[in-house]
Design a protein around this ligand. Structure first.
Ligand code: DC
Length: 228
C-alpha cells in the first residue's frame, strides 16, 4: 500500500489524538500531535514567567522561540509517542488545566504558528504520517491525500475530558470544563491566523454517538480508499 499523508483536524476534546495515535499504530505510520506542540510552548511560557496573570509577554516569547525544542519519542509501554520539551518528558503536564486555559491565546500568535508549521512540514515531508491539529488540512498539508474533520457536541466533549482528568485523579468541575471547551472552540475558529475550519475536501466525522469500534472501522475504510 502506498504511504500517504493523513491530516486530521477538528474541535478540541473530540478524541482526535487517541483516534489518530491508534490509527498510526495500526497502519505503521508516524503520528504527530500538533496540539502537544502548542501546549509545550505554553508550558515553557508559564514556567519562564512569560505568561503572568493571564498576560503574555509577546516580545519575550518571540525572542525565546529558538530555545524551545519539542520532540516526540515512542513509548513502548503505552504504544504511543510521548512529548518532550527541551529533553524533559512533559506528556502529562501539558494536559493540565493551567496549560489548557492558556494554550488557545498562545496558538493564536502568528510567530508561534509560523515556527510550529515549519517544524511540522519538515517532520512530514517523507509521507507515511498522520498529523492531528486544527490547520493541518488547510495550512500545513493542503495537498494531503486524506483529510478528516472530527467533531462532537460540546457537552459530549466536556464529559470525555472530565472523565479523563478524573481518571488521572485531578480535581475538576464539569461546568468549568464545558466553559473551557466552548471558549477554545471560539478562539480557535475566530483567530486571525489559520483559524480552525474544515477544508473543502475534508471528510466530516461526527463521533458524538459512535463507539470506538465504529469509528475505527469508518477510518480504516477511508484509509483503504485513499491508498488505492
Ligand atoms: O488538540 P489540543 O486540545 O491539544 O490543542 C491545544 C490547543 O492548540 C487548542 O486550543 C488549539 C491549538 N492548536 C492549534 O491552534 N493548531 C493546531 N494545529 C493544533 C492545536
Amino acid at each position: 500500500m502506498k504511504k500517504i499523508t493523513i491530516a486530521i483536524d477538528g474541535h478540541s476534546s473530540c478524541g482526535k489524538s487517541t483516534m489518530a495515535k491508534d490509527l498510526a499504530r495500526r497502519i505503521g505510520y508516524v503520528y504527530v500531535d500538533t496540539g502537544a506542540m502548542y501546549r509545550s510552548v505554553t508550558l515553557y511560557a508559564l514556567r519562564h514567567g512569560i505568561i503572568a496573570d493571564g498576560k503574555i509577554d509577546e516580545a519575550r516569547l518571540r525572542a525565546e522561540m529558538p530555545n524551545i525544542d519539542i520532540s516526540f519519542k515512542f513509548n513502548p509501554v503505552t504504544q504511543r509517542p510521548d512529548t518532550y520539551l527541551n529533553g524533559e518528558l512533559v506528556e502529562s503536564e501539558i494536559r493540565n488545566m493551567q496549560v489548557s486555559s492558556m494554550v488557545s491565546p498562545i496558538a493564536a500568535l502568528g510567530f508561534v504558528r509560523q515556527a510550529m508549521v515549519a517544524r511540522q512540514q519538515a517532520m512530514g515531508k517523507e509521507g507515511g504520517i498522520i498529523m492531528d491539529g486544527r490547520d493541518i488540512g488547510t495550512t500545513v498539508f493542503p495537498d494531503a491525500e486524506l483529510k478528516i474533520f472530527v467533531t462532537a457536541s460540546p457537552q459530549v466533549r466536556a464529559q470525555r475530558r472530565y472523565d479523563e482528568l478524573k481518571a488521572k485523579g485531578e480535581n475538576c468541575d464539569l461546568a468549568e470544563i464545558l466553559r473551557n471547551v466552548e471558549e477554545r472552540d471560539y478562539i480557535d475558529s475566530h483567530r486571525e491566523v489559520s483559524p480552525l475550519r474544515r477544508a473543502d475536501d475534508a471528510l466530516l466525522l461526527d463521533n458524538s454517538h459512535m463507539t470506538i469500534g465504529e469509528q475505527n472501522q469508518w477510518l480504516m475504510q477511508r484509509v483503504e480508499e485513499a491508498c488505492k
